[in-house]
Design a protein around this ligand. Structure first.
Ligand SMILES: C[S@@+](CC[C@H](N)C(=O)[O-])C[C@H]1O[C@@H](n2cnc3c(N)ncnc32)[C@H](O)[C@@H]1O
Length: 276
């Protein structure tokens, strides 16, 4: 098997960034082995070097998208980081209920939703703490670039470790059905609150409603500054008005964009359109 050429790794990383925005440098070269080996086996390439050569010398096709997707990190969990969900419970959702009491409609977008834990956590939070939303029109849109992640999310089936990461025993009992194989299936009620769709944040966006709440967490960190700035600008026009909310991941910030105002609450930062 021929060794992998450093220049091929660099060319492949450039392709990844061009197509999905994820910026990888040479310190991430080790990911090639762990993320792409199964594609080598599936398509019977002679080795990783041969796969990389194929990817960088052929027009972008199915195997490319499989490889790009494999380079994404899908790490997530229910109620990840806890604090943003506390702020949703104590401040953001009560405020939106007040502001949207005439339309009785809430549009929420979990952009880069991975395997679904984030949008399902929001659905769960609404059901558990806001019975007054019964009869409201609530839509939670969950998008991600990864078809595999979305497939799992749509099924709504998680193993024991996954449900135990972030959920209490009571929540597991209340919102999941235990299957004969020991896995847990999300309730039809929560499942019906979330619509999953594939979407690449760096390509054209489909027509979407304006949102009252957008969560785009732990994905901007993978993009370069220019890509990040463009996405944040497009998100601005997807927020319904200056009472809508944007929540990022705990290590992310968009202070570079002056069109947003930042609000700090209980160690959580959220963003709103600046009132003009
Ligand atoms: C680390 S997960 C974050 C999941 C969830 N938001 C959370 O914070 O737990 C990052 C997700 O971003 C997705 N992603 C990466 N590049 C993307 C792109 N260009 N468009 C849409 N999703 C992308 C990945 O597929 C992955 O599921």
């Amino acid at each position: 098997m021929s060794p992998i050429d450093q220049a091929d790794i660099e060319s492949f990383f450039n392709l990844v960034e061009k197509n999905i925005g994820v910026a990888l440098d040479s310190s991430k070269a080790y990911l090639i082995q762990s993320r792409l080996s199964s594609i080598v086996a599936e398509h019977r390439f002679a080795g990783l070097a041969a796969l990389l050569r194929f990817l960088i010398t052929n027009p972008v096709g199915d195997i490319h998208w499989q490889a790009f997707e494999a380079m994404t990190t899908n790490e997530t969990s229910f109620y990840r980081d806890t604090s943003p969900f506390e702020v949703l419970k104590t401040t953001i959702i009560p405020d939106l209920i007040q502001k949207r009491k005439d339309s009785r409609e809430l549009n929420i977008w979990s952009a880069a939703s991975s395997t679904g834990q984030e949008p399902y956590s929001i659905a769960m939070l609404l059901r558990e703490h806001f019975p007054e939303l019964g009869g409201w029109n609530i839509r939670i849109l969950a998008t991600d670039i990864s078809e595999q992640a979305l497939e799992k999310a749509s099924l709504g089936i998680y193993n024991q470790t996954e449900v135990q990461r972030g959920l209490t025993e009571t929540q597991i009992q209340r919102h999941f059905k235990k299957l004969p194989n020991g896995h847990y299936e999300i309730s039809a009620d929560l499942r019906s609150m979330v619509q999953f769709k594939q979407m690449n944040l760096i390509q054209d966006w489909p027509l979407m409603p304006k949102f009252d709440l957008i969560l785009i967490r732990n994905v901007l960190i993978y993009f370069n500054q220019d890509t990040k700035a463009k996405i944040v600008k497009r998100i601005y026009s997807q927020l319904l008005d200056s009472s809508s909310y944007l929540i990022l991941g705990s290590s992310e910030s968009i202070l570079f964009d002056q069109t947003y105002q930042i609000v700090q609450l209980d160690r959580v930062s959220y963003y709103q359109k600046k009132r003009i």
